[in-house]
Structures are given as structure tokens and as C-alpha cells.
Design a protein around this ligand. Structure first.
Ligand SMILES: NC(=O)C1=CN([C@@H]2O[C@H](COP(=O)(O)OP(=O)(O)OC[C@H]3O[C@@H](n4cnc5c(N)ncnc54)[C@H](OP(=O)(O)O)[C@@H]3O)[C@@H](O)[C@H]2O)C=CC1
Ligand SMILES: O=C1O[C@H](COP(=O)(O)O)[C@@H](O)[C@H](O)[C@H]1O
Length: 590
């Protein structure tokens, strides 16, 4: 029952959002303070230090205002020289200080769950940490009728202060809320977006305006919003960017259709397709671990790695989101995007530079080297009701928003393969499930046996238990640990397994920023590295579309597993077929 992305993909309007044409527009986000103080002076002032972070660092180490080559190409080719200059971090400050710019962020779907839970709290965290430019305003837009004050009340309930820095939090929250406004309108009404434009202009008061729209709405209205906003609320003198939330279609065809529709109104450079897993600290660290440590990269291939496991589990069901979930299922919800993105970062070749385009080029290459997933390499499951300790847990099918008799999988395991020289024959196993025994996301790398191991006798018959395993625990309790074999101290020769453990909370006693903070900051700075390019998206869908179709056409029934369990046993058989044992169920750290 493929559903189309949008009821229409109107070509009535040929207007497009203004693109990032002008270096001044971007660099004007930089605080003017930089020219009046030297760097060493400003570093001595704590607030200036934070502002400096904004100037000097983005999540790839470039200035957040850095412009990728694509900007230059898609924008004004005459200004390419300047774009290249900016890419290497030489921000021409003298130009930026002449123009006062302002940033307007519009959260479309502001009355919804994601806006309340993630977007407004992330924006507040950025404000609290001084990452937002001096002049900014945030608008909520949705159909619900609300005043500015009512929106403020709504979002104030979910704003929190950093545990380690709660100083002045109340004041900061109040100041932040005063920058938040609300406009009620329909998603397909150009007139309503025209009214929003007027309200934005009142706040922008003649400054050069950069506008960011966050589409926190169901996908069937993405195109309507982009059409209306592009014709009536696009910035006239600055950049306009749009963050699009997943799902990006249901399969290759609907995703292609969505891209085609969006590109009637936006250039690729203006579309920021979000995959919030790319903003997670440990996922960011994956490339640092690989490319800045001599000890790992030489081992990163079929020569030393036996298998790689990408595991996602949640200890709660689809509570409240069953209506959305039933149309997608776990493969589309988690595997085709979050886990596949991690896999691409894990397996890609070394990019030429850390520039977003270079990284995304490598991700596309590795995705295109993969075999489409086969039905025989997939296991699906669905949770059933369960009672434990006097408490009963509902089945997926008990959710009133889920159609009766639904066979949508809430669990899946799959084996994937990359047909290139580095990874030939190495199984990449994915496992994702809701209503399991624990909440966890991790990457497990199981290494090969030591050839001719002198100590094999000390390990007994199960040599697999003696192989090294590298674990990147994305959440909770972020950690990177390596399982090694060592001698138990004493006069005998007894071997033990130990973890060399980088546990983040012990090493860094600070609160790790939420993924949405990093991604919002990057979108504001024009940094695209952590957003999905359309060719990446196409390559991702090519891998999963055939098996999704087959599962649906053949009406494959999911294996039922009890709420709170470790998932269907079919996942063990799938792993065993590829000579793999799930590391999370090994007993050592299950
Ligand atoms: N919630 C989450 O944890 C996550 C969500 N996402 C994605 O983010 C986007 C927003 O998610 P979420 O906030 O949960 O969504 P909601 O269902 O809460 O929808 C957001 C807002 O959109 C409007 N809306 C809802 N349904 C319709 C409809 N059928 N037609 C028109 N307007 C509608 C409502 O606003 P109003 O009625 O006031 O106009 C609603 O408040 C979705 O694309 C979702 O897939 C992605 C990852 C996680
Ligand atoms: O995208 C999604 O992610 C969440 C899990 O995100 P996390 O950051 O809390 O791990 C998942 O619950 C949801 O189903 C899915 O749409």
C-alpha cells in the first residue's frame, strides 16, 4: 500500500528560495566583536571564548560559516573565489562587520511532538551556550490556534538547563522565550505564509535576513509547505534553508518523487535532510577514531575484521506513534537511515578532506558498492503483550491507532554485504527493535582469531570468546571499549577478558549535547556534512526497496516476541548462518 509523498507536486510556482549567494550574508553571523578585540584578549573573557567557538569551530573543525563548493556552484559562480577562501577558514572579517544580519528560524509543526521534545529544547541549549547569533527570532507555525504567550508556555515545559551549568538558567530561559513567537496558518496557504513573512520582517527590522525553516510535520505536507514558503516567505536578501525530517519517502520511487518535488522550489544546497543519528557524539567520533589513530585504520578491513554489528534497541513500544509507525515499520524507521548511515561512515574509504562533499562522496561510493538486501537475509518480528511482576505490557496490535491484523515489523535483523576490496565477504549485521529488554545503540566490531594462537589451550574450545571486540556504545552511557585478553596476576597462567574502556562520563564530566543541537548549529552555519545528500538517499533506498516490497507482497508474518524480551530467535539463526554471534547477547555485556 504505497502512499504517495504528496497529493500533488505543483509546478504552478517557479519561484525558488534565495540561495546562499553572498559571502557577506553568511559571515555576517559572526559577531562584530572579533574586530575590536584580539584573539588572546577575547579568550580571557568566558563569553568571548564561547563566541570564538562559534567563529572558529564547526563540527568538522571548519568555521561554521564555511561554504562548501556546492554553494559556490549552485549560487553565483562569479563569487567562487571567495567561497574557496572561506572553506579554508580565512573569514574576511572586514566584510562581515559591515552588514548586520539576523537569523529567523521557523519551526513548521510547532504544536507537535518533535518540536516540543527536541527542536525548541535544542534551540534553547544553543542560546544558553551562546552559539546563536546576536540577532535572532524563532517562530512556531502550525494550524493550532495559539498566541505567542501560549507557545511560550507550551515549550517552557520542555526546556531544561545543562546540569553542569544551571547558573542564570531562569533568566536565560525567559530571555529565550521572549525571542519565540507563533503564527497560526494552514500548510498549503500562500496567504498564511505571506502573513508569516510580514511578521518575520517586523522582527528583522531591515537587517539582512537569513531564514531557516524546520519542517517538523508529517511528510505528506512537506511539498505544500515548501511551495508556499518559497513563494511567500523566502528571504529576499539573505540565505534560506530548509531542514527536512524523515521519512524521506517509503521506497526508491516515493523518495525520488519527494526529491523531485522539493527541487522544484529548492536547490539541493538548501535542503538539509536530517538524520539525527549523525549528530550523536559517538557517531561523530567514529571518523576521529578511524582516521586519527594509527592503531585502528590498518585493521579496518576484511583482513582483520570478522563481522560488524549495528544494534539498536528500545525498551518501549510505539506508544502514541503507532499510526505513523504502521505505515513504515522498523526497517524504514531505523535501518534504512540511522543504521545504514552509521555503516556508511564506518566502512567508507578515507575522504580527501573533512569537507562535507568529500565525506558524502565517500559515503555514496560505499553505499553503491553494497548488495541490495535479500529476503533470505532478513528476519522480522513484532512484539506481543506480556505480563511481568504483576505489570502487563501491551502488544503492538493493542495500539488503537494500529490497524487490526497489522503485520508491520517492530523488529528486524538483516545481513548486508559490501562488494569491494576492503570488505569482501564481511557480514555487516543490523538489528533494530522496539519493546526489547533494554535501550541501547551500539557498533560492535568483532576481529578475527589470532592465527596460530600460542594461548589457544587457555581459552578452551570456544576460540570465538577469545577474539578482540571493539564496541562503540552510542547510547546510553557513551563509551568506546576494546575487549582484550590478559593474564590474571599470579604465578599461574590463567587468562582473562578485560575492557580497555573510554567511558565518557568518567573521562568528561560534562553533559553531552543532544544530536539536534549539533545539527541545528550546522544547518545555521551552512555545514552539510551531517545531512543526507539526495544521491546518498537514492543509494540507501536501492538497498532496501526490493526486500521491503517482497515482505509486503508476500505478506511475510513477523515472528512474535514478548514485550521486554531479547527479540525473536530467528535473529540468532540469521547470525549463525553467517558465522556470527550477536555481541550484545554474549553474556559479557548483555
Ligand atoms: N516525534 C519524534 O520523535 C520523531 C519525529 N520525526 C519526524 O518529524 C516530523 C514531525 O514529527 P512529530 O512532531 O512527531 O509529528 P506530529 O504528528 O506531532 O505532527 C506535527 C504537527 O503537524 C500537524 N499535523 C499532524 N498531522 C497532520 C496532518 N495529517 N495534516 C496536517 N497537519 C498535521 C500538527 O499540527 P497542527 O494540527 O497544529 O497543524 C502537529 O502538531 C515527522 O515527519 C516525523 O516523522 C522523526 C524522528 C523522531
Ligand atoms: O528516528 C527515530 O528515532 C527514535 C530514536 O531516537 P533516539 O535518539 O531516542 O535513539 C525512534 O524512537 C523513532 O521511532 C524513530 O523514528
Amino acid at each position: 500500500m504505497a502512499r504517495s509523498v504528496s497529493s500533488h507536486c505543483s509546478s504552478s510556482s517557479t519561484l525558488s528560495f534565495n540561495n546562499d549567494r553572498n559571502l557577506l550574508k553568511r559571515t555576517s553571523l559572526l559577531p562584530s566583536r572579533r574586530t575590536t578585540t584580539t584573539i588572546s584578549e577575547s579568550l580571557t573573557h568566558p563569553k568571548n571564548h564561547l563566541r570564538l567557538q562559534f567563529q572558529l569551530k564547526s563540527s568538522n573543525g571548519y568555521t561554521p560559516n564555511a561554504v562548501s563548493l556546492q554553494d559556490g556552484l549552485a549560487g553565483n559562480s562569479a563569487s567562487n573565489d571567495r567561497f574557496v577562501e572561506t572553506r579554508i577558514g580565512q573569514v574576511p572579517v572586514s566584510q562581515s562587520e559591515n552588514v548586520e544580519s539576523t537569523l529567523s528560524i521557523t519551526v513548521v509543526g510547532a504544536s507537535g511532538d518533535l518540536a516540543k521534545k527536541k527542536i525548541f529544547p535544542a534551540l534553547f541549549a544553543l542560546y544558553y551556550e551562546d552559539w546563536l547569533p546576536e540577532h535572532f527570532q524563532i517562530f512556531g507555525y502550525a494550524r493550532s490556534k495559539m498566541t505567542d504567550e501560549e507557545l511560550r508556555n507550551l515549550i517552557s515545559r520542555t526546556l531544561t538547563c545543562r546540569i553542569d551549568k544551571s547558573e542564570n538558567c531562569g533568566d536565560k530561559m525567559e530571555q529565550f522565550l521572549q525571542r519565540c513567537f507563533y503564527h497560526s496558518g494552514l500548510y498549503d496557504s500562500e496567504e498564511n505564509f505571506g502573513e508569516l513573512d510580514q511578521r518575520l520582517k517586523e522582527k528583522e527590522i531591515g537587517r539582512q535576513s537569513n531564514r531557516l525553516f524546520y519542517l517538523s510535520i508529517p511528510p505528506n505536507i512537506f511539498v505544500d509547505v515548501v511551495r508556499c514558503a518559497s513563494s511567500r516567505a523566502s528571504s529576499e536578501n539573505g540565505w534560506t534553508r530548509v531542514i527536512v525530517e524523515k521519512p524521506f519517502g517509503r521506497d526508491s520511487q516515493s523518495s525520488g518523487e519527494l526529491t523531485r518535488c522539493l527541487k522544484q522550489y529548492l536547490t539541493e544546497d538548501q535542503i538539509f535532510r536530517i538524520d539525527h543519528y549523525l549528530g550523536k557524539e559517538l557517531v561523530e567520533n567514529l571518523s576521529v577514531l578511524r582516521f586519527s589513530n594509527l592503531v585502528f585504520e590498518p585493521l579496518w578491513s576484511r583482513n582483520y575484521i570478522r563481522n560488524v554489528q549495528l544494534i539498536f534497541s528500545e525498551d518501549f513500544g510505539t506508544e502514541g506513534r503507532g499510526g505513523y509507525f504502521d505505515n513504515y515499520g522498523i526497517i524504514r524507521d531505523i535501518m534504512q537511515n540511522h543504521l545504514l548511515q552509521i555503516l556508511a561512515l564506518f566502512a567508507m574509504e578515507t575522504p580527501v578532506t573533512l569537507d562535507g562533499e568529500d565525506i558524502r562522496n565517500e559515503k555514496v561510493k560505499v553505499l553503491r558498492s553494497m548488495r541490495p538486501v535479500k529476503l533470505e537475509n532478513v528476519v522480522v518480528g513484532q512484539y506481543k503483550g506480556h505480563s511481568k511482576g504483576g505489570k502487563s505490557y501491551p502488544a503492538y496490535s493493542d495500539d488503537p491507532t494500529v490497524p487490526k491484523g497489522s503485520i508491520t515489523p517492530t523488529f528486524a535483523a538483516a545481513a548486508l554485504f559490501i562488494d569491494n576490496a576492503r570488505w569482501d565477504g564481511v557480514p555487516f549485521l543490523m538489528k533494530a527493535g522496539k519493546a526489547l529488554h533494554t535501550r541501547r545503540a551500539e557498533i560492535r566490531v568483532q576481529f578475527r582469531h589470532v592465527p596460530g594462537n600460542l594461548y589457544s589451550r587457555n581459552f578452551g574450545t570456544d576460540l570465538d570468546k577469545a577474539t578482540n571486540e571493539l564496541v562503540l556504545r552510542v547510547q546510553p552511557d557513551e563509551a568506546i571499549y576494546l575487549k582484550i585478553n590478559n593474564k590474571v596476576p599470579g604465578l599461574g597462567m590463567r587468562l582473562d577478558r578485560s575492557n580497555l574502556n573510554l567511558l565518557y562520563k568518567s573521562r568528561y564530566p560534562i553533559e553531552i549535547p543532544d544530536a539536534y543541537e549539533r545539527l541545528l548549529l550546522d544547518a545555521i552555519g551552512g555545514e552539510r556534512r551531517l545531512f543526507i545528500r539526495s544521491d546518498e538517499l537514492d543509494a540507501a533506498w536501492v538497498l532496501f526497496t526490493p526486500v521491503l516490497r517482497e515482505l509486503e507482497d508476500k505478506k511475510i508474518s513477523p515472528e512474535l516476541y514478548p514485550y521486554g524480551s531479547r527479540g525473536p530467535v530467528g535473529a540468532h539463526y540469521l547470525a549463525a548462518k553467517h558465522n556470527v554471534r550477536w555481541g550484545d547477547l554474549s553474556g559479557e555485556d548483555s
